[in-house]
Design a binder for this molecule. Structure first.
Ligand SMILES: [Mn+2]
Length: 315
């Protein structure tokens, strides 16, 4: 059931023990929204934990108390008045949602592809980031974010808008960010931390780009990373940002080996609806940024994703 922001704020107000969680392969918005709300709610005297069922990439070490994020322990039950699932629908949190017994469950998201299965869902596809919503909810609670919370919210907003460059950046996004900077966030510290790469990561990116291929008269740029290439291309972080600058491209993507007959696809576009392509393979995301997992041998997976993109380009 979809609820209003006032309702969502009231649910947070009513709970004394809160568990926050988000998706596997957590990004800045997933970590920023859960950790930021943790800081807000702890400052309100609540008992709060964050569960994320994955490794937290080390670029996020800049976020206050990131080390307090827990990975759910297999077989352990967690209890709370309220479970808050941020930046994702309920089915993509790994073991987090299944391991929590909560009286109520609140889902806060901005993905247009959210399956709306949560009992209580605050969904705003026009919000640039779940962190933007989390910031608004904090204000709705009548609370000024602490500096720790502000750092987290700013990071999520910055990451999901490509540092305020993507089409999802609205006047409200900028006002929220301005407010967070007023609280004390240092934008340069966040951007330096988020963009930091090790030497090996930069070299992995170089190796990935060497495999660049162009399709559909230059409208699509892609990097295919099969099992053998995956041994040297250890990270794809930031790869699509390098591809999307190529003149004439509408859609850029990579397809990377995960395990036998399983490939991860991540896409960006300049207007083509890539979330519709992702949904064909049971994935999701936004119109201009989406991803999915394809279960097929390499050649088949490659043809399938190229066909699906071609179809959408000509739609
Ligand atoms: Mn997000």
């Amino acid at each position: 059931m979809k609820i209003t922001m006032d309702d969502a704020a009231q649910m947070l107000r009513d709970a004394q023990t809160v568990i926050l969680t988000s998706h596997i392969r957590p990004d800045g918005d997933a970590i920023g929204s859960t950790l930021g709300l943790m800081h807000v709610l702890r400052a309100e005297g609540k008992d709060v934990r964050v569960l994320i069922d994955d490794e937290i990439p080390r670029i996020f070490n800049v976020l206050p108390d990131v080390d307090q994020i827990e990975r759910p322990v297999k077989g352990q039950r967690y209890t709370a008045d309220l479970l808050v699932v941020c930046d994702v629908e309920l089915g993509r949190t790994g073991e987090s949602v299944p391991s929590v017994d909560a009286v109520r469950l609140l889902n806060i998201d901005h993905h247009v592809t959210n399956d709306e299965k949560a009992d209580y869902l605050y969904l705003d596809p026009d919000a640039a980031a779940t962190c933007e919503i989390a910031y608004d909810i904090t204000r709705t609670l009548g609370v000024t974010p602490t500096l720790d919370a502000a750092i987290c919210f700013y990071t999520g907003i910055a990451m999901d808008t490509g540092f305020f460059r993507f089409s999802n950046t609205t006047p409200h996004t900028m006002r929220a960010a301005a407010d967070l900077i007023e609280i004390g966030v240092k934008p340069n510290i966040i951007s330096v931390a988020m963009e930091m790469k090790s030497y090996d990561e930069v070299m992995a990116q170089v190796k990935a780009i060497r495999n660049l291929e162009m399709f559909f008269d230059g409208r699509v740029a892609a990097v295919f990373i099969d099992e053998e290439r995956a041994r040297t291309v250890t990270t794809t972080e930031g790869l699509l940002d390098k591809l999307r600058v190529i003149e004439g491209t509408q859609v850029v993507f990579f397809m990377k080996w995960l395990e036998k007959d399983t490939y991860r696809v991540s896409m960006r576009s300049k207007g083509t609806n890539v979330s519709r392509i992702a949904q064909k393979f049971d994935g999701g995301g936004h119109i201009r940024a989406a991803g999915c997992t394809i279960h097929a041998p390499f050649a088949e997976a490659r043809t399938a994703i190229l066909d699906a993109i071609g179809e959408e380009l000509n739609a």
